[in-house]
Ligand binder design. Structure first.
Ligand SMILES: [Zn+2]
Length: 280
């Protein structure tokens, strides 16, 4: 059981997340010199969205892979998804899809295929690196770019604003990539182990008024509290009249993507996760 030594590193899947774009355009020789035994390929996934300084042009590229069999002539991202899928499936590979978030997520690894190779990388990195956690986001329809190979992870680093290079998020992403490539190079895979991950359970939306518009905001005390345990009565919001808005949780859950800018169009305020141990 090995991880393929072909690694496809993808940046700019979202055109306004700049760390990944800088890495796939400016750091290719840095990684090639450091890991000469690996076959490294780099993809700048959505250059048109980057020119527009936007997350996407026609549709979210990181959801577009579920529509590969459809005819979507008016979607730039649909054609990009097809091209990227072709590159990925040429031969077995590990896909690393680089993202940033406006939420306080530290160095998060999102795993959508629970196999030993992916989980082994996650387990090792959470042990070796500070502020590194694993999010489980099962993806049965393979809508994510990183799900186009059985071996793939989404690197989600923040908090950083969109459309800027944040030094800490750039360096954290570089550190994650380097740590993963070292594991692939050494094929250091645990044979039997377990990893603790935060599995996505439930979306929580902003309070809304009778017109369906967002009528509140993330409570200042809740902002930045990603991954902190919640149970019972919690106060995630205030409405624009200044009143606190409560929520009751009957089990211990953990919030992620609190106040992620990209989720405002869906009025999505945060996602609640359950902590799980996965044996592999
Ligand atoms: Zn992204």
């Amino acid at each position: 059981m090995v991880i393929p030594n072909r690694v496809v590193i993808v940046g700019g899947t979202h055109g306004n997340e700049w760390a990944g774009i800088k890495i796939v355009t400016l750091y290719q020789s840095y990684f090639r010199n450091k890991f000469p035994s690996l076959k490294l390929e780099f993809i700048f996934a959505n250059p048109v969205a980057h020119e527009l300084n936007s997350r996407f042009k026609d549709e979210d590229l990181n959801r577009a892979f579920q529509y590969l069999d459809e005819d979507r002539p008016n979607s730039y991202e649909h054609s990009r998804a097809k091209d990227i899928k072709e590159i990925i499936k040429r031969e077995p590979c590990l896909v690393l899809d680089l993202h940033t978030t406006t939420s306080n997520m530290g160095k998060s690894l999102i795993v959508s295929q629970y196999n030993r190779q992916n989980l082994s990388i996650c387990e090792k990195l959470t042990r070796d690196l500070n502020n590194c956690r694993v999010i489980g986001a099962p993806d049965p329809h393979r809508k994510y770019l990183a799900s186009q190979s059985d071996f793939g992870l989404i690197l989600e680093v923040g908090a950083v604003a969109n459309s800027v290079v944040g030094g800490e998020s750039l360096e954290s992403t570089l550190l994650l990539i380097e740590s993963i490539l070292k594991l692939v190079e050494g094929q250091k895979i645990s044979e039997i182990s377990q990893v603790e991950l935060f599995e996505e359970m439930q979306e929580v939306h902003f309070p809304k008024n009778e017109k369906g518009e967002i009528s509140g905001y993330i409570h200042p005390h809740f902002q930045g509290k990603d991954f902190l345990p919640l149970k019972g009565k919690i106060i995630p919001f205030k409405n624009f009249e200044g009143e606190e808005v409560t929520l009751i949780l009957d089990q211990e859950l953990f919030p992620i993507f609190i106040n992620e800018a990209a989720y405002y169009p869906q009025q999505l305020a945060f996602i609640l996760c359950k902590k799980k141990s996965i044996f592999f």
